[in-house]
Design a protein around this ligand. Structure first.
Ligand SMILES: [Zn+2]
Length: 430
């Protein structure tokens, strides 16, 4: 199930996106209170925007815009909204997102062509191990996409390892959709309870939330740990509520495929200029075909590299590399740029480390500093030195590492106010 446009030439794909872009701008001009005002304030004549390059003079949209002007982004009356989703805002309060009936259709199509990259097809059974409620878009998108593909869905959600294994052995899913570090918990549980997971029939897992790859597409420590035990294939998928579009790896695992019918992507630097080909920058998106809350040049905050060139799977679309981290979480540390997810992955190397929090603060010299607090089964001085030496060899800098007690860290990581676990505390002076 590869859309024809994804097999077309680079020029054809560009022309196709430009036509869609012109339609999108007309729609915003007619329907969006926020963008009507933007176009007027900045004297933007949308008829002058004919190519992707012409997007450049249009100001970017930020998460703060979404937060402050939430209602003005809606292009349809609330009576047209079917699904009420939310996404995290920058100023604490979540941002409301609405999807119309057509948006849900678009979301289903998006997820169907996206999951098809992994090889999932009609008749396959897939166990969905992420939550479908709590106003998350992701779980809903997977369900709708699988339905559109004609695949069977076991909606377990975020259940215990036992619940997951029971459903796996009962229904024999070929694929799972899961958070990868939870797979490690499942394997640990299986080993303790004599569950032979290599006889489970699972062939592949579509992974969300954590990176499976390093920047050169080699496996992360997390991916290697899973694969060293379990004979399966892991596929990375990346999406967000604002994008309403997913980027999923194909079997060649060299970045999540871009779907030109659904979204325009740019990679921008701090000054909102495009980065040089292949360099890392902030993923900036323009949604195509979205009815309720279309976004124009929205800066996602996710730092990525984008790759082009025909993929071995036949698709000629761009590929989004592993997300390095959030732009605001970038750490400038002794001349090196580090993103917290790279540290999370390194800490997974140690079986002894059960929980961790990374604290960022501004030191006496006014520079960024890193303190890593860990809960460990080994609390010896020797182990602490091992962790430090390992981090130094991989990061080329030595952050401070100290032991902490489990209750303290639990409160930070699993704060009920947050929808997701929080492993980072950023105390830096801005
Ligand atoms: Zn491919």
């Amino acid at each position: 199930m590869i859309p024809k446009i994804e097999l077309a030439s680079t020029e054809e794909i560009k022309a196709f996106q430009e036509k869609k872009l012109r339609e999108m701008l007309l729609y915003l001009k007619e329907k969006s209170p926020f963008y009507q005002e933007r176009f007027a304030q900045h004297n933007i004549d949308i008829s002058s925007v004919q190519t992707l390059e012409d997007l450049h003079p249009i100001p970017v949209t930020t998460k703060t815009d979404l937060q402050l002007r939430n209602k003005d982004f809606f292009c349809v009356p609330m009576s047209e909204i079917i699904d009420y989703s939310t996404t995290s805002g920058t100023l604490g309060k979540p941002v409301s997102f609405g999807l119309t009936d057509n948006d849900l259709g678009r979301l289903a199509y998006n997820e169907a062509i996206s999951l098809a990259c992994t090889g999932i097809q009609k008749g396959d059974v897939v166990q969905l191990m992420t939550t479908i409620d709590r106003r998350f878009v992701a779980g809903l998108a997977y369900f709708l996409g699988l339905r559109k593909l004609g695949a069977g869905v076991i909606r377990i959600g975020a259940g215990t390892p036992q619940l997951q294994w029971d459903a796996i052995f009962e229904n024999k899913p070929k694929y799972l959709i899961a958070v990868p570090s939870f797979l490690l918990k499942m394997l640990e549980y299986a080993e303790k309870n004599n569950i032979d997971y290599n006889q489970s029939g699972v062939e592949g897992v579509v992974c969300i939330g954590e990176s499976l790859r390093n920047q050169d597409f080699s496996n992360s420590i997390l991916a290697d740990k899973i694969l060293s035990k379990w004979n399966i294939t892991l596929y990375s998928t990346y999406a967000s509520t604002e994008m309403c579009t997913a980027f999923t790896e194909c079997e060649y695992q060299n970045g999540g495929h871009h779907h030109p019918e659904l979204i325009i992507i740019e990679v921008l630097d701090e000054q909102n200029n495009p980065v040089k080909n292949g360099e890392a920058g902030e993923l900036t998106i323009t949604t195509l075909g979205v009815e309720a809350m279309p976004l124009l040049r929205f800066k996602t905050g996710d730092m990525v590299q984008v790759f082009s060139g025909k993929c071995l799977c036949g698709r000629n679309t761009q590929r989004v590399g592993p997300v390095l981290g959030r732009k605001e979480q970038m750490i400038k540390y002794k001349g090196t740029t580090i993103y917290p997810p790279a540290i999370y992955d390194l800490l997974k190397f140690f079986e002894q480390i059960q929980l961790y929090v990374i604290e960022l603060y501004t030191n006496e010299t006014g520079n960024d500093d890193i303190l890593i607090k860990i809960v460990s089964t080994d609390t010896s001085h020797n182990f602490l030195n091992q962790v430090k030496a390992y981090l130094q060899s991989k990061l080329r800098v030595t952050p401070k590492v100290e032991f902490a007690n489990r209750e303290d860290l639990n409160q930070i990581v699993f704060n009920p106010k947050n929808r997701k676990p929080m492993y980072l505390v950023d105390r830096r002076e801005k």
